[in-house]
Design a binder for this molecule. Structure first.
Ligand code: ADP
Length: 524
């Protein structure tokens, strides 16, 4: 009773003492802070507070009763919630606000306040009752949600900006590249093309975009083989590489186009889009052709006078046998040696142009493989006083192939082995027959070849940069070897370590037509 009755405050006479105590207990038991203010007295002082209110605010009831509620706001007066309360008090109406209040120790708490007027029979507002809850936690959570939302919004904006920049960046690359680009949908319709495409094919975007690839121009891309490859890109992820299209295109005439197509991949994710890059290689191919033609003509032209010189040198060689002049004989001997070298070089150049034009002729006949190897090694050994060539193993095979071509391969590999191992004198030639193949391995312990150069040494005119200055050569020997071996359906490869040496090996498949000369194992 004490807690509620404060001298000035009492309920109407109708309220029984028991009812009154019950109400007081109920209010005191509430978890919400409850206060009652007396509107009839100056400055609307608090005349009742319950226990929860003391707990929420940290004030003792002796510091609460008699005060106006504003002490809870301390100096934080400029709040919209306060104006709402003020209006409600002036008008005698209800109000619900979230207001910033401060505990006795100064800590801020968010007070969710329900305020209602209590009116008498004349509709006069005598009291206000305020029910409050500390909703700081909820407020904090709401604030966090708001701030997360704001952060997210900001991140989305940044990301959108990045994407837009990336898009512009990509678009500028797409427009700058000197290749025609087409993006296709899964049903091979043109989604977009770059400016280079428009300019190269002298077409408009309208007559290109949205059309099926095969309907473009005069059907230049409607090639069954290409169609098959393109249709496999999305299901298999296999790209189309270096597909050549020679065609009489509308507006631009006869051109040779090189086409590469890939499934578009972004950040490791494949998209259902195909990117085609088209390069006009008409001029490049024409220049290459002219170079090849020049090579072929030049070597033919050189060969003719050289053959005549060779003939005369042979005559001179025969004539000087009768002369007893050592110096003259030595000079003529050297001349015939260099004429022979020149003859071989020109012969190699001619071979290259024949390979290029596919004009190489094979004269296949069975021959004794081991004899051929022995004779070739003997002839090279004869010409090289510096190196020792050791043959191990044997094939025992009558091989059906072009003997002069295979001799050329072995000669080339041995000459290289000698040339590229000036400081190591031993060269090995190992012969074997392995499940249907003859294998020849030529090993030296010379300069070796770096890993990334190994595949390239078989390319036409390729020479390893480090050796270019030190050793003479044209970079065509291995190219010829590889094509001769491949013409016999064999393979040629190298294993090498820089500074340690190289092993060039080739295998040739045996045919069942020619049995081993001694009936031994020839691998069949
Ligand atoms: P060439 O010897 O006339 O340059 P090749 O086609 O025979 O031409 O060889 C191509 C290149 O391969 C050589 O320039 C050389 O760099 C490298 N090469 C070939 N054989 C060997 C070898 N036995 N050891 C090291 N490098 C070699």
């Amino acid at each position: 009773m004490d807690s509620l009755y404060n001298g000035e405050f009492s309920f109407s006479n109708n309220t029984s003492k028991q009812d009154f105590e019950l109400l007081t207990k109920a209010l005191d038991a509430s978890l919400s802070g409850i206060i009652i203010t007396d509107n009839r007295q100056p400055d609307n002082p608090i005349i009742y507070c319950n226990k929860a209110f003391e707990d929420i605010t940290g004030y003792h009831r002796s510091e609460i009763i008699g005060h106006n509620c504003r002490f809870l706001q301390k100096d934080d007066r400029d709040q919209t919630a306060r104006h709402t309360l003020r209006d409600a008090i002036d008008n005698g109406t209800n109000a619900v606000v979230d207001i910033r209040n401060y505990k006795k120790d100064g800590t801020l708490f968010w007070n969710e306040l329900y305020m209602s007027p209590i009116k008498d029979g004349d509709n006069q507002v005598n009291y206000f009752i305020g029910v409050q809850n500390d909703v700081s936690r909820r407020k904090k959570a709401e604030d966090e949600v708001k701030s997360n939302h704001a952060k997210m919004e900001q991140r989305i904006q940044e990301r959108t900006k990045d994407l837009r920049e990336n898009e512009e960046y990509l678009a500028s690359i797409v427009q700058t590249v000197r290749e025609s680009l087409i993006v296709l949908s899964p049903d091979l319709k043109v989604l977009s093309v770059n400016d280079h495409f428009i300019n190269t094919f002298k077409v408009t975007r309208e007559e290109t975009e949205g059309k099926k690839l095969y309907d473009l121009g005069n059907g230049q891309w409607n090639i069954p083989e290409l169609q098959e490859l393109l249709e496999q890109i999305l299901p298999t992820n296999n790209p189309v590489t270096d597909f050549e299209v020679a065609h009489d295109f509308p507006h631009i005439g006869k051109k040779l186009m090189l086409l590469n197509a890939h499934r578009i991949e972004l950040e490791g994710q494949y998209k259902d889009r195909i990117l085609i890059a088209i390069e006009d290689i008409t001029d490049r191919r024409a220049i290459e052709q002219r170079k090849d033609d020049f090579l072929s003509i030049a070597s033919h032209e050189l060969k003719t006078p050289l053959t005549t010189i060779k003939g005369y040198v042979q005559i001179i060689n025969r004539l000087i046998k009768n002369y007893d002049d050592e110096k003259l004989r030595e000079s003529v001997g050297k001349t015939s040696l260099y004429v022979e070298r020149l003859n071989n070089l020109i012969g190699e150049l001619l071979d290259v142009s024949r390979i290029q034009s596919g004009m190489i002729e094979l004269h296949k006949a069975p021959f004794d493989f081991d004899r051929m190897i022995n004779e070739t090694v003997a002839s090279i050994q004869h010409g090289s006083g510096t190196h020792e060539i050791i043959i191990t193993g044997q094939t025992g095979v009558q091989f059906n192939g072009d003997e002069s071509h295979i001799t050329q391969v072995v000669t080339n590999l041995l000459s290289n082995a000698i040339k590229y191992s000036p400081d190591h004198k031993k060269i090995g030639v190992h012969l074997s027959v392995l499940s249907g193949f003859i294998k020849v391995a030529v090993t030296d312990h010379g300069v070796g070849i770096a890993k990334d150069e190994q595949a390239k040494v078989f390319d036409r005119f390729y020479r390893v940069r480090d050796v270019q200055q030190k050793f003479p050569g044209m970079g065509i020997g291995l190219f010829i070897c590889a094509s001769i071996v491949s013409n016999h359906n064999g393979t040629l490869w190298v294993e090498s370590e820089p500074g340690k040496g190289s092993t060039f090996s080739f295998t040739l498949p045996l045919t069942s037509n020619y049995p081993s000369k001694n009936g031994g194992d020839n691998g069949r």
